[in-house]
Design a protein around this ligand. Structure first.
Ligand code: DGJ
Length: 733
């Protein structure tokens, strides 16, 4: 049993293979958090301490006991109104405008399998693979019920959390803040690892001690954003890749979010993750429900590498869905950096012809195939094929591409509308524009009100008309601006605070319908690259265009940051031309290929302009990727270096779960006169085995490679790539 409730002590214990999580319903019915960490077998309520502390108020029920204060005790789901002044999960406005809530235990239920969240993405599991714990808390004064949901997947050391709110009271209430998960730590010194960035430079790692005050990350942009990823790690001071205690929290949601880390006045640490409270207010009338999106939690007592691997596994196997979640993704060529909007049907077919000769498996027609889209200021919303530009119907291009032996894929940006479009002329109120105000433009486009069902349905129908008439086997779903003018013509005065949440639900409804109608179609998420790179989107499509930055060296850092919370199979990654269009940097074809292969692999350049030697390299890369595909996608991924460190290397490894094979890639990031020798320590090998390195045939002992490392060949040039493929002796793979 992964979940246990002890009636005599009121303690709930959740067990995964290597972690334990405990909470207790105390004598007042308050749900206290006791422990989350390495696996333990006994009650942990002895950890709680009580003291009479000034300015930390006491629950009325505690009577004259001044030592009982929710300002100091660890809590499972803190709310505003009980005297806890730390970051909170729930802020509720009562019908009379007062802000207060006091949640107490009412009941609980333990069941096999994993709970589901209507309309929201969530981890799924077989009945025998997971258990669900539901703890119902209630606020007696208002009648609000908050049902805390826990999904336990023991084999991944994963616990998921969500909250179902139900208003059982007569009067309406407004949720002004409804975060999903809180983690309270009684003592210790922790660092927060967060992943910040900007367009074309996403998910840089920043690690800093959690100090007094509140460190807050989040998004108010309508999408999870390039600026902060909705994934964070809390690591005990000193924790590294292979040692130390650490916790990951991933928000399975693609809209606004907020994550907070606080060291409180008593030296305790609190982490809260969930929906952004700014621009949010959700009204619940009698009987109405609201779901807080899911947070995936995982713990590792052996450092960051196993923590990341837990997330990789649960995302790959129990969050991603559909035909392509476990099967090889086609190696693609995308025409964007080759042509931008300036192409003809003939040009696209020419790229496909080149691709076919090189062994590439799919052609993706990016932006520019619809309406009169020769510039990025027009036609969003008009999902009608521009047959003049393509020289015929889309089906003709798709058929030609198919006849060359390639699959055909298409780009779309369904959430947007150009003012210069037939759709805008017909339905100006479908754009999010606040009445009486001028909207803020971005890339000359406005956002469609996806909180409205009719808008979603209209765009869905118009896209289906395109997809039904051509053999489209891949769809790139893009979103190229943030949402600024938050307004829905259908929402009343009191419901504008619900618009962004309902927008995200509208997006999910669309994607879900699309996935069910075209189950064989591979969907790749995109938001100007990685502006919506989150676990929520991965429920609808197993890969996301990682960044608009295709420079191999920047990509090493972007993919490194991304790897902490997401599997390589989720990172769309392409070889592009040099000098690189975003950075102007020139890097060898070999290095560009090696970096792109640490992801869902493809090309994005004028294949016709490649030299004969480069074409041979493409063929070799395609062969190599196909050969190592399973190892790359299913193997354990290890970060072997910190590419942000001064004089750092880019170094990573894929090792099969059974340790029989490993692929190591090292890229030099600097060059110096009389350079020093760098060593990388390999991981995930069989310590007792002997490994043969393929290119030189040399034998190495597993424990030697893991303990002593291996010297990186001397190089007097920067951005050089060195790859090692190792096989356990006696194994034929
Ligand atoms: C932004 C994407 O990230 C690019 O790859 C490309 O699809 C453009 N949009 C097209 O407008």
């Amino acid at each position: 049993m992964a979940v246990n409730y002890d009636e005599t002590t009121g303690i709930f214990t959740i067990q995964t293979e290597k972690s334990s999580y405990q909470m207790q319903v105390d004598r007042f019915g308050v749900l206290l958090h006791l422990y989350y960490g390495g696996r333990v077998n006994g009650p942990m309520d002895y950890l709680l301490t009580f003291a009479d502390r000034g300015f930390s108020g006491n629950l009325y029920d505690a009577g004259e006991d001044r030592t009982y204060s929710l300002d100091a005790l660890p809590q499972e789901y803190p709310c505003q109104g009980t005297g806890d002044f730390r970051s909170t999960c729930l802020v509720m406005e009562n019908f009379d405008g007062t802000i207060s809530c006091d949640l107490r235990y009412k009941s609980h239920r333990i069941s096999d399998g994993k709970y589901k969240l209507p309309g929201l993405p969530a981890v799924y599991a077989q009945e025998d693979e997971a258990q669900t714990l539901e703890i119902c808390l209630e606020d007696q004064a208002s009648g609000l019920e908050a049902v805390l949901l826990y999904g336990v997947l023991p084999k991944y050391d994963v616990i998921t959390r969500s909250v179902r709110f139900v208003n059982r009271g007569e009067k309406p209430v407004v949720l002004r803040r409804a975060s999903t998960a809180c983690l309270d730590f009684l003592g210790g010194e922790y660092d927060l690892l967060r992943f910040y960035g900007r367009h074309a430079m996403e998910r840089n790692l920043e690690r800093a001690p959690i100090s007094h005050g509140v460190t807050s990350i989040g998004s108010r942009r309508g999408a999870s954003s390039h600026q902060y990823n909705p994934f964070m790690i809390v690591a005990e001071k000193g924790t590294g890749e292979d040692f130390g205690r650490c916790y990951g929290m991933s928000f399975v949601y693609s809209g606004n979010f907020k994550g907070e880390a606080e060291l409180d006045q008593y030296g305790q640490t609190r982490i809260v993750l969930g929906l952004q409270d700014e621009l949010f207010a959700y009204r619940l009338k009698n009987g109405e429900e609201f779901y807080a999106p899911e947070v995936i939690l995982s713990y590792s007592g052996q450092g960051l590498a196993p923590l990341s691997q837990n997330f990789h596994k649960v995302i790959r196997h129990n969050l991603c869905r559909g035909t392509f979640k476990e099967s090889p993704r086609p190696i693609l060529v995308n025409n964007w950096e080759a042509t931008y909007l300036d192409f003809t049907g003939e040009k696209i077919c020419e790229i496909a012809r080149q691709a076919a000769e090189l062994g590439i498996e799919m052609l993706v027609l990016d932006d520019g195939w619809f309406g009169k889209r020769d510039s990025d200021s027009v036609s969003l919303g008009d999902w009608v094929v521009n047959e003049k530009k393509l020289g015929g119907p889309l089906s003709a291009i798709a058929d030609k591409v198919n006849a060359m032996g390639l699959k055909f894929g298409l780009w779309v940006e369904p959430e947007m509308i150009s003012e210069d479009s037939d759709l805008y002329r017909a339905h100006p109120d479908w754009a999010m524009v606040i009445p009486g105000r001028k909207p803020v433009r971005s890339r000359q486009q406005l956002v469609l009100d996806f909180s409205r069902e009719e808008v979603v349905d209209y765009i869905y129908d118009s896209l289906c008309r395109v997809l039904d008439h051509a053999n489209v086997e891949y769809l790139k779903w893009d979103m190229n601006r943030s949402i600024i003018d938050v307004y829905s013509a259908l929402a009343g005065r009191q419901s504008q605070g619900e618009v962004l949440y309902k927008y995200t639900l509208g997006l999910y409804r669309f994607l879900d319908r699309l996935g069910r109608r075209y189950p064989q179609m591979l969907i790749e998420g995109c938001c100007g690259g990685g502006g919506r790179f989150d676990a929520g989107m991965l429920y609808y499509g197993p890969q996301i265009w990682c960044s608009d930055n295709t420079d191999a060296i920047d990509r090493i850092r972007i993919q490194y940051g991304t790897s902490f919370g997401y599997p390589v199979s989720s990172m769309g990654s392409h070889v592009s031309a040099v000098p690189n269009h975003q950075t102007g940097r020139s890097v060898s074809f070999k290095t560009r290929g090696a970096v792109a292969m640490a992801g869902s692999f493809g090309y994005e350049l004028e294949l016709g302009k490649l030299t004969p030697e480069e074409k041979e390299e493409v063929k070799a890369q395609v062969r190599a990727y196909k050969r190592h595909w399973r190892l790359i996608q299913d193997g354990n991924y290890y970060r072997l270096s910190d590419p942000f460190a001064p004089d750092g290397l880019g170094a990573w490894e894929f090792a099969s779960e059974d340790g029989k094979e490993a692929l190591v890639t090292v890229v030099t990031l600097n060059t110096h006169g009389n350079p020093l020798t760098s060593y990388v320590r390999l991981k995930g090998l069989n310590p007792d085995g002997w490994y043969q390195e393929e290119s030189e045939g040399r034998m190495y002992q597993g424990s030697a490679l893991m303990e002593g490392g291996i010297p990186v060949p001397y190089s007097t040039d920067e951005y050089q790539t060195w790859q090692l493929y190792l096989r356990l002796r006696g194994e034929n793979i």
